[in-house]
Design a protein around this ligand. Structure first.
Ligand code: SF4
Length: 352
């Protein structure tokens, strides 16, 4: 059953720098929006062709009335595409209130201070829009619930990487996506069942033993990408994706400081998106993940027109080369792959 069918009020979000604890504390189910894969052309009539295909896919859903069930939607200035989407949303979905959250590009103390002030505005908007009061106690409760969920997701990743559980990368991606569309308590229940089943599978000793791959990139929310590599015998052991392990990389906010300040610090210091000024941090964390998981190859999937990732690609490519790992870079268009992609995938697997 969908949240709407269950009568659970939902609020939509798009960017990983959105502190969804504030939506949860407002009594909303935070739902990460993933868009339509098929295009009817409406988004093309509303936005320039050279705009992020994920944003356009979400606009397609919005224009098609598929997001009318939301009680509100939160955008960030994470990139210009999101920024433009917010502008258009207000005319395409006027009945669903929208908020634009300004996210600093630095995770230092000054950045955290500025972000905390923006989060106070976000909280005010949520209280007014959802007609509720968000107390510090409610916020701390939501912070604990999401910290628990993220810890369990990170535990799932560690267990996958070590072989303690037998869980295909495509299934792990589905679980991550589900966890970002489900209230944290229910998501944790779902996750614990999945991990128990994967542990039982591992005990049979039949886990796939093909070339080990790590998937990296931006808003790749299609398990079909991992499934394609798995169908050619690879084992997707880990990821560094925006809607994957970067979601669980937010450290538990400090319980000893005011919750909005704690959220601001925690989100700005999570595994970064290339939109953040410190590109070194992005590349070095990726290299550390590679050293820890020892993949035979890295597949870097970037949605086209994503300036933040494309600007950093030469830098990231050098970092991957220095890590001595074979890398396949794929530019995606938010469709579920093509024959050409399949050929490149097979050729890459033959080289590792
Ligand atoms: S994939 Fe890139 S362009 Fe698209 S929403 Fe994310 S950061 Fe923006």
């Amino acid at each position: 059953m969908t949240l709407e069918q269950e009568g659970i009020a939902s609020a939509g979000w798009f960017c990983g720098y959105t502190p969804i604890e504030i939506l949860d504390a407002a009594g909303m189910a935070p739902v990460r929006i993933t868009g339509e894969r098929a295009s009817s052309g409406v988004a093309d009539s509303l936005m320039h062709t050279n705009i992020c295909p994920y944003v356009k896919a979400c606009l397609e859903s919005a224009a098609g009335g598929k997001l009318d069930f939301l009680k509100g939607a939160v955008f960030t200035n994470g990139c210009d595409a999101q920024r433009r989407f917010y502008d258009i949303w207000r005319s395409v979905v006027p009945d669903v209130p929208a908020f634009l959250l300004a996210v600093p590009r630095r995770g230092d103390d000054a950045g955290a201070l500025a972000f905390a002030a923006r989060l106070a505005e976000f909280k005010d908007w949520a209280e007014e829009t959802f007609e509720t009061q968000i107390t510090d106690d409610k916020l701390r409760e939501s912070i604990r619930a999401y910290a628990k969920l993220r810890k369990a997701l990170a535990g799932m990743d560690d267990a996958r990487e070590s072989g303690e559980i037998d869980m295909p990368g495509s299934r792990a991606m589905e679980i991550y996506l589900e966890a970002q569309k489900t209230p944290p308590g229910a998501a944790l229940d779902m996750l614990e069942k999945e991990i128990a089943a994967a542990k039982a599978r591992a005990a049979t000793g039949n886990a796939a033993k093909g070339p080990r791959l790590l998937l990296a990139g931006n808003m790749t929310d299609d398990p079909e990408l991992a499934r394609m590599f798995e169908s050619y015998g690879a084992t997707v052991v880990s990821d560094a994706l925006c809607a994957g392990s970067r979601f669980s990389s937010t450290a538990p906010p400090d319980p000893d400081i005011p919750p909005l300040k704690a959220l601001a610090r925690a989100y700005l210091r999570k595994s970064p998106c290339p939109r953040m000024v410190d590109a070194d941090d992005y590349a070095s964390r990726l290299v550390r993940k590679i050293e820890a998981t020892k993949p035979d190859g890295v597949v870097f999937h970037i949605l086209k027109f994503c300036d933040a990732h494309l600007y950093d690609m030469p830098f990231i490519r050098d970092a991957l080369r220095s890590a001595g790992v074979r890398t396949l870079i794929i530019e995606g268009d938010y469709t579920s792959g093509s024959g050409q992609l399949a050929t490149r995938a097979q050729a890459f697997l033959e080289t590792i």
